[in-house]
Design a protein around this ligand. Structure first.
Ligand code: ASP
Length: 455
């Protein structure tokens, strides 16, 4: 059995929905389908989810929201019209939005999640109804009915383990099932959404729950590129990548697949394939537990993410002080700041975090560190970019770091920091934001276009 998930651009209009259903109906094993909300139809378009956020903002600011609501209803009206469907669903859409606004406007967080869920929820109903009308037995299943039980934290749901047992029962249905992505239901019976892009997470949860043989994730590209195609011209598509590599790359800026979607899959080793709705015959990228490593695929991909801040702390004889790092980290914890990397030397330590983590808190954090930790020097650097070279093969091959540093040196890029984890699955370089694109281009040339040093 396969679980297939279709992203926003794949279900953005009638034409795309027809493509999706051709794919779905062409394979009897594609039994369970997860859909996103209608995404962008062209570059300047606005995603339905973003329209719903704007509607929410109008409501809570007590502004006139009717035209915003109408814009959302119109997105579905256009699709229904182009598919020559009965328009009964439209009044349901309108009434549901009204109902949430009316009942939840005093509970902003709950209202936001309820409105956000509408994007995928209406689309799933619409697509199921249309497929049925074409003679293919199809059933819409809400996340509540499917058994997707989640924690109660608005916009940040996490799956509860008991969901998996309930989800297994979905195997008993004979029809094709269409389930909206992006949200579940909490024990307190609230609609709670996953973080943005969370339909990938729903797909992964359902794939694990029904013990699917394959999770197909359909999007608008034919797989995952080895580097950002807006920086490197025509980068190679990765044919196979491991869960661990994917996690590192998604975290560091690869947007094709949500990093939180890997967790449910990797326990039962359910393979994922990233495929293109517009070119379904393209092979795509497989994400698996293990992969074959040869001299051409040691490094899976190169990513570079911007917007990091680093705290540099110096303390003479730091290595002799027990508990020094703990005191620093306790301060970060007090301010609810999570950090990403912590390279250290004998007398210094650098703590790297996403700038948004420390925004508006920086002065207070620095003061606390000065007061409580008796540091010799404390400085902050903004505008740091993190270049990540990711590849399972690196731990067996001599010379990867040499290749990368060579490429960076040739491009006159100053390395502010370097960190290689014990797992040797990635090497991280801290560089200036201004060098970010240049760094991706030059390391790509060296790693994949055979510019010198064969690893
Ligand atoms: N529609 C939601 C978003 O735009 C979830 C998703 O598409 O995965 O974030």
């Amino acid at each position: 059995m396969k679980v297939a998930k279709f992203g926003g651009s794949s279900v953005s209009n009638a034409e795309q929905i027809k493509k999706v259903l051709n794919i779905v109906n062409s394979d009897d094993n594609r039994k369970i389908i997860i859909v996103s909300a209608p995404g962008k139809r062209h570059a300047e378009d606005i995603k339905t989810t973003d329209l719903l956020i704007r509607l929410y903002e109008k409501v809570i600011q007590n502004l006139d929201y009717l035209s915003k609501k109408q814009e959302i209803v119109q997105r579905y009206a256009d699709i229904i019209d182009a598919l020559h469907m009965h328009d009964g669903l439209l009044s349901k859409i309108d009434q549901t939005l009204d109902y949430y606004i009316f009942t939840l406007k005093d509970k902003p967080n709950r209202l936001l999640d309820a409105l956000l869920s509408c994007g995928e929820n209406f689309n799933a109903q619409l697509i199921a109804e249309y497929n049925n009308s074409q003679g293919v037995p199809t059933r819409y299943i809400s996340p509540g009915e499917a058994g997707i039980q989640v924690t109660d934290l608005p916009q940040n749901a996490q799956i509860l383990d008991q969901s998996y047992e309930a989800l297994y029962k979905l195997r008993n249905y004979k029809e094709k099932l269409i389930i909206p992505g992006f949200f579940g239901v909490s024990r307190q019976n609230h609609i709670v959404t996953f973080p943005r892009g969370g339909s990938d997470i729903t797909g992964a949860i359902v794939a694990r729950g029904v013990r699917a043989d394959l999770y197909e994730n359909f999007t608008d590209v034919s797989g995952i590129f080895r580097a950002n195609p807006t920086i490197v011209k025509n980068p190679e598509v990765i044919d196979e990548i491991t869960y661990r590599e994917m996690r590192e790359l998604s975290y560091a800026g690869f947007g094709v697949f949500h990093d939180e979607a890997l967790q449910p899959l990797h326990k039962d080793r359910i393979p994922v394939v990233i495929k293109n709705t517009n070119k379904p015959d393209d092979i795509g990228t497989f994400i698996r537990h293990d992969r074959e490593i040869n001299s051409n695929n040691v490094i899976s991909g190169i990513s570079c993410d911007k917007g990091f801040t680093v705290l540099n702390i110096k303390k003479y004889l730091m290595n002799r002080q027990v508990g020094f790092t703990r005191k620093i980290l306790a301060i970060l914890e007090d301010y609810n700041i999570s950090f990403d990397h912590m390279p250290s030397g004998i007398d210094n330590i650098s703590i790297i975090m996403r700038s948004k983590e420390i925004q508006n808190k920086e002065e207070r954090v620095l003061n606390d560190i000065r007061e409580k930790c008796d540091v010799d020097e404390l400085s902050v650097e903004h505008d740091l970019a993190i270049l990540m070279i990711v590849g399972e093969g690196m731990h067996r091959i001599i010379g990867t770091a040499n290749t990368i540093t060579h490429a960076l040196a040739e491009s006159k890029i100053n390395l502010k920091m370097m960190n290689q984890g014990a797992s040797e699955i990635s090497i991280m370089f801290g560089i200036d934001v201004a060098d970010a694109d240049k760094a991706v281009k030059s390391t790509y040339e060296y790693c994949y276009n055979g510019k010198c040093l064969k690893i």
